[in-house]
Design a protein around this ligand. Sequence first.
Ligand code: NOJ
Length: 564
Amino acid sequence: MPHSGQSAASRDWWRTAAIYEVYVRSFADGDGDGIGDLAGVRARLPYLAELGVDAIWFAPWYPSPMADAGYDVADYRAIEPLFGSLDEAEQLIAEAHGLGIRIIIDIVPNHGSDQQQWFADALAGQAGSAERARYHFRPGRGAGGSVPPNNWTSEFGGTAWSRVSSTDGAPPAPEAPGGPGGRAAAGEPAEWYLHLFSPGQPDFNWAHPAVRAEFADVLRFWFDRGVDGFRIDSAALLAKDPSLADLDPGQAGGEHPYVDRDGVHGIYREWRRIADSYPGERVLIGEVWLPDAERLTRYLRPDELHSAFNFDFLCCAWDATRLREVIDVTLDSHARVGAPATWVLSNHDVVRHVTRYGRADTAFSMSDRRIGEPSDRELGTRRARAAALLTFSLPGAVYLYQGDELGLWEVEDIPDELLQDPFWERSGHTDRGRDGCRVPLPWSGKQPPFGFGPEGSVPWLPQPTQWKDLTAETESGDEGSMLELYRAALRLRHEEPAFASGEMRWLDSPADVLSYRRGDDITVVINLSAHAVGLPAHNGVLISSAPVVGGMLAPDCAAWLSTR
Ligand code: NOJ
């Protein structure tokens, strides 16, 4: 069935935006301490403007002890000192706006940091205290309460519970097993607290009015400072079954004790009212990992979030039939609630797609990153180029992850002792985690730090020496580079009205080829087969991921054709 685009009149910026994720610690280091910062981002804003992005999404920039690279927020109204200051953030917002770039920031509502004042108060309080009620504290099971309150597991491995102190009535233990200390009243077994991620990330109790009020206030704090929207971390996890019952395998779709419970929607309706009370189309974007498209799009009803990441697309194999299915399900399910589709290839949590697409099995699952599995980099790069033209030509918004535009691959050989992601420790050194997609960007020069920081500075993760060929400087002006492909494609995407408002219609095509029209003016062809294919009738090639020779499109290549 044809999918209609938005009419120009009703077009809101977020429905068709190209949004670029900046992972601050790895983007650009202004002060030479090896860690990216806001000074680095400010210096590179012209680069992002030239790339042609409409908005930047900042991974968390708040003060954090970095138990999970900033997704453990210690203060929601300040900037991590390693990154800069609130003043600098405000200047950055103004400068970006001056270049026509909007700013979206991460908000992490499911959990805070164990170094946050609220949690310190909870530890100092006792079982049943008002301070503990803002989190999920529970007595343990079994003799002396030594068994975790339920069978929930942490996303990073192991139980989702840590005990505040191992001995009844003992003074706070600085590092009780799995926990940061705390107090139990004399004679009472020490309690446990819930953390769906690392022990440094205690989950908030969203049934508590103080939690709701606090986050409403945090949203306003940043909207008042000019941010254009929030990317909501772990958005489907906030509401918990108050009984904290054991999880039965297979529970889903509203029955699960903490994933996608129906109660979560009331929170986002309240947030939407806050966003809508500000001028200039402020947006809410959900990080919602759900297998069911219908359940996902419930978050995108007109009075809830504006959009959500399309992880089904990200995880999909490089396979024409499966991609077409995901595209159709996405467009149909989003159309039903009037929300824009989104197209995402990579982010700071997943193996970079150049690497994924070069593997024998090109599908991706968060539960098995397959780091170190053989990957043909040349093939992966060719497919990544075609995938860029696929994502940029579909109806909806696109998300780019920093370094996609340079064709960076996953760094799979980071020495063990340098790995920082909690997955590594919590998995007992079986899962190498997500550091390989977080390696600092190469900007210029022939050796590390490749302009990431000043000459002589040492980036927080080592950069491959081969990245000398993938610096922004090397790729700039090189017609065959990934960077120039991204620049040209994003420019065309802006210039051609068909990409914003043209109806999408599939065209008949050979097996393993995706072909569709956007409006009347543009035809897109993606060749996922093993053979070159002839192109349909057209009046010129607008852009292609590899040269079109003799009217033929090579395997794993894509082209946008003018059909005016
Ligand atoms: C999703 C974030 O993208 C990821 O990096 C983080 O570890 C978890 N949520 C927990 O906040």
